[in-house]
Design a protein around this ligand. Structure first.
Ligand code: GLY
Length: 404
């Protein structure tokens, strides 16, 4: 009798556990489906208003209550085409592929851009995703863009120069060869180009840049500087500063996210564990920081003086979440996946995700471009939406593969 009772107890517990697991899975599945329905509807409104104009317009943000469209040499020009590829991937609906092709091919000439480093972002997010989803003829664009980016390699320093210093505000900082942490994001294009062309030069430049960045951009606590200026003559570090953060010694939130994402990609491409450790340690800095909010959406700078009365940066959160989903593929447990999911849950709630038809038809509210420049403060941004969509796809892929 006693034995039967124990057996009954164990069975009941097992059934309870299984029921809980199935209920949780169904709730998560329903949440994901709801999220996909929302992004499709909101993006449809965005693309309808572009189609109605009869022009090929590339939305970046909202300024003075109006959607701001950008020219193709703007550093963010690849994100909207890339978002359309993600919508195609999410839905399989041919309509999105046609729109994505139209917007992507409109920025084709960017492959020749050599006057800033962002050609990596621009071409990889647009043509790179198109190629991944079947557009074989985009190969040549990737290779040409990688050649353009390679012209920015400075042998003495072993890095790719981010900005030119001959005009604009960058000319007023006394820099010789400024490199920003964001540049880690351009390396994916180079890795891709080596795979497509068989030319290992691109790979070697990417590794050199990553190694120098790991050595020179990071502090002992694994936070990173925004800008490191190198000597063109002997490659030494001239100074470490910020451009978009609060102070030279502060931790600009999006910069931390770019670094974590960039080193995760470097690990994927090279299997060198030092890059994996760098990404993990850099996330440790973020997650254990006293100013990292419970909802996982960082303030624009970890050292901003008026926290908690400072703007959040949803773009940093979206980049971080997407990077963490990838990092979770390199762990045994669910630590990174759980953090990625937590951030996505916050971004998908009413505090950050726009109501249908509002926010200039962008998905996320509350991002920050550059507070020191007084630009794009607490606004939607096309790259916040791009990485949000990427994170959504990555989370669905994990759920499909693992059932969790
Ligand atoms: N790459 C420029 C920025 O993150 O604002």
């Amino acid at each position: 009798m006693k034995r039967n009772f124990s057996l009954f107890g164990i069975l009941s517990l097992l059934i309870l556990f299984m029921t809980g697991f199935v209920v949780k899975k169904n709730v998560e599945k329903a949440r994901m489906e709801q999220c996909i329905r929302y992004v499709v509807e909101q993006e449809m409104l965005q693309s309808d208003s572009i189609l109605k104009s009869g022009k090929i317009l590339n939305p970046r943000t909202v300024e003075s209550g109006k959607v701001k469209y950008i020219p193709k040499d703007d550093w963010t020009s690849g994100f909207y085409p890339g978002s359309l590829w993600y919508l195609y991937e999410l839905t399989g609906d041919e309509k999105w592929r046609i729109l994505a092709k139209r917007q992507t091919e409109a920025i084709d000439s960017v492959k020749y851009l050599t006057w800033h480093h962002d050609v990596g972002f621009m071409i990889q997010c647009s043509f790179g995703n198109g190629l991944r989803l079947g557009e074989q003829e985009y190969k040549e664009v990737i290779i040409q863009a990688a050649k353009s980016l390679s012209t920015r390699f400075r042998p003495a320093a072993g890095i790719l120069q981010s900005w030119n210093t001959d005009k604009g505000w960058q000319s007023q900082r006394g820099w010789e060869c400024p490199v920003i942490i964001d540049n880690m994001m351009n390396l994916e294009l180079l890795f891709n180009a080596t795979r497509l062309s068989g030319d290992s030069t691109f790979y070697r430049l990417a590794v050199s840049h990553a190694d120098r960045t790991l050595k020179n951009h990071y502090r002992p606590d694994y936070s990173c500087y925004h800008v490191v200026d190198y000597s063109l003559k002997d490659g030494s570090v001239r100074s470490r500063q910020t451009a978009q953060g609060y102070a030279n010694e502060s931790a600009w939130a999006r910069g931390q996210a770019w670094g974590i994402y960039g080193f995760t990609v470097c690990y994927r491409e090279t299997h060198d564990v030092k890059y994996l450790h760098q990404a993990q340690k850099a996330f440790d800095f973020v997650v254990h920081h006293k100013n990292f909010p419970k909802d996982g959406v960082p303030f624009w700078d970890f050292d901003a003086p008026k926290i908690p009365n400072e703007p959040r940066d949803a773009s940093a959160a979206a980049i971080l979440s997407s990077a963490l989903y990838e990092l979770s593929g390199y762990e045994n447990g669910t630590y990174y996946k759980d953090w990625a999911g937590k951030i996505m849950e916050s971004l998908s709630g009413p505090a950050y995700r726009a109501k249908l038809g509002e926010n200039g038809h962008f998905l996320l509210m509350h991002s920050v471009g550059s507070i020191p420049h007084g630009a794009e403060i607490d606004v939607p941004l096309n790259y916040a939406d791009y990485y949000y969509l990427e994170a959504l796809i990555r989370s669905r892929r994990i759920a499909d593969r693992t059932g969790r």
